[in-house]
Design a binder for this molecule. Structure first.
Ligand SMILES: C[S@@+](CC[C@H](N)C(=O)[O-])C[C@H]1O[C@@H](n2cnc3c(N)ncnc32)[C@H](O)[C@@H]1O
Length: 510
């Protein structure tokens, strides 16, 4: 990649005001929504009506995949010029883009960012199925993983399977140095352009399979949206490098989990997305398998299952993702391969979710091996879940170190994002249902009885847990010992999930 030409391209893109907000302003909200559905027609019509704007030309070329003539190209990239654009491999002789180049915006604890991301042209611009070596742009899974990266600063980060480089951009905001790996040389080329266009130089790119490029090295944080899609190893089934790591079933997720143990510094954490299979034949469930991988690797782990699909749903999701229309003969052929593979390996369902791992600091640390199935869908891309889970790990450390007698001496506070919902039969004085709702984090909903709701309601940092339990036992006229046995484990759970926290100044406060 020519550094001088890339710098000219960067200057042109910045001068054109090629940002997410500017494009939305140019094509309008309806076209924006249509694009999100994979329909480029409204955006194309809007942009052609104003094509003297450099940002409009750039979007037609690099987002919509339209052909642009040399006059318009020269106007849109005045510093780089048409010859420079061709030398950089941005456009072909006929004025068609050879890659996808689009603005991206995000907000995290460090504030808002505006970046430029290079990847391969997608289905919408290509007008057909993707080639096997396609380099994926920023998709829903990328945004989810970005939200799973904590914002607490660390020294070093490994971005495993960097693709277009999006996670490295995020990771570099909170790290002194980042090593980004990928098996695909093409992906690394795109990532290099992404990093150069954003003047991010703390990222080192290395090519190779999984952890091979970082053998013997350890990092404070590992982030990965690995190529976890389960693909039948059968002739005729397309293999996409961006989503398929070349292993059988969910073995790639197992390898990433186990491999993390060799590459984390003590206390270091890994933040991953993954799929896990449920196997009848093994008599266990998918989450139990992930838990076993983590346990055997000697790591702490918190696994959150966001979704579970049947084999048929899973096959349909990923066959469609490759650009094959449901109901077409190709679809039916592929679906049969997928279902045969699942049946042959005894797979009854596939879970999807988040995995956070931590290398324990020392042999005395109380291990955390937690699996959780989200009760309610998150609704859209989650935000801030990396920081939330990190806070959960720390809360676990504090609370697990206390025995029940010590726990009773704590003063707790209910988190400001917790609300309570009560449902009554008409005319009844006592609620039939009490629910505690978490506003942030995983937006958990907890069914509570009068005792738990009373304890949470009284947790304002004034009384200790023990005092509240005693008062509730009197009020509810129940045995205090039995109430303590019920409530103390529930208190531990609410502290780990962030609904309660030790009051400032109390011994276990963070
Ligand atoms: C799902 S994409 C994730 C891209 C990007 N990190 C993101 O979050 O959008 C997975 C990436 O892993 C890469 N990959 C596939 N097989 C791999 C392997 N065996 N070792 C390392 N990387 C691999 C692919 O080339 C692809 O870039």
């Amino acid at each position: 990649m020519d550094a001088e030409l890339t710098a000219l391209l960067r200057a042109d893109l910045l001068a054109a005001g090629y940002t997410v907000d500017r494009l939305r302003q140019l094509w309008g909200d309806e076209a924006d929504a249509a694009l999100a559905r994979g329909d480029r027609v409204p955006a194309g019509r809007a942009l052609r009506a104003i094509d003297e704007s450099p940002a409009a030309t750039l979007a037609r070329l690099f987002v919509l995949g339209e052909t642009v003539d040399d006059t318009a190209l020269a106007r849109a990239l005045p510093a780089l010029g048409t010859a420079g654009a061709r030398a950089l491999g941005l456009v072909d002789a006929g004025g068609r883009a050879l890659l996808d180049l689009r603005p991206y915006t995000a907000i995290d604890a460090g504030g808002a960012v505006q970046w430029l991301v290079a990847s391969d042209l997608g289905e919408l611009a290509l007008g057909g199925a993707l080639p096997p070596d396609h380099v994926l742009g920023v998709g829903g899974a990328s945004l989810t993983l970005a939200a799973l990266i904590p914002t607490e600063p660390v020294d070093s980060v490994l971005d495993l399977g960097t693709g277009c480089g999006i996670q490295s951009l995020h990771a570099a905001r909170h790290a002194r140095r980042v090593v980004a790996t990928d098996i695909s040389a093409r992906a690394l080329e795109r990532a290099a352009l992404t990093l150069a266009l954003n003047a991010v130089d703390a990222v080192e790119l290395r090519q190779g399979d999984l952890f091979a490029p970082v053998a013997g090295e350890r990092f404070d944080r590992i982030v990965s949206n690995p190529p976890f899609v389960i693909t039948p190893r059968r002739a005729g089934v397309p293999v996409y490098e961006y989503r398929d790591g070349g292993r059988v079933g969910d073995a790639i997720v197992e390898q990433v989990v186990r491999g993390a143990a060799e590459h984390l510094t003590p206390g270091g954490t890994a933040h991953l997305l993954g799929n896990w299979e449920y196997h009848d034949a093994m008599g266990g469930d998918g989450l139990a398998r992930v838990r076993r991988w983590i346990d055997e690797a000697g790591l702490d782990g918190w696994v959150v299952e966001r979704e579970r699909q049947s084999p048929a749903e899973y096959a349909a999701t990923w066959i469609r993702d490759g650009g094959t229309r449901v109901g077409s003969p190709e679809y039916e052929q592929l679906a049969a391969e997928w279902l045969d593979d699942f049946a042959a390996r005894g797979v009854t369902a596939v879970g999807f979710g988040y995995v956070v791992l931590r290398r324990p600091v020392g042999p005395d640390a109380v291990r955390l091996l937690r699996t959780e199935v989200l009760g309610s869908p998150l609704g859209g891309t989650p935000t801030g879940i990396g920081d939330h889970l990190l806070a959960g790990l720390r809360a676990h450390d504090r609370i697990a170190a206390l025995d029940d007698a010590e726990l009773e001496t704590l003063r707790l506070e209910v988190a400001p994002d917790v609300t309570e919902e009560r449902h009554y039969w008409p005319g009844e004085e006592n609620p039939t249902v009490i629910r505690l709702r978490q506003g942030g984090g995983f937006a958990r909903t907890i069914d509570a009885d009068a005792a738990l709701a009373g304890l949470v309601g009284a947790s304002d940092g004034d009384l200790t847990v023990g005092e509240i339990v005693g008062a509730l036992a009197d009020l509810l006229e129940v045995d205090e010992g039995a109430l303590r046995a019920q409530l103390l484990p529930q208190v531990r759970e609410l502290v780990v999930t962030g609904l309660l926290s030790p009051a400032t100044g109390s011994p276990a406060a963070g």
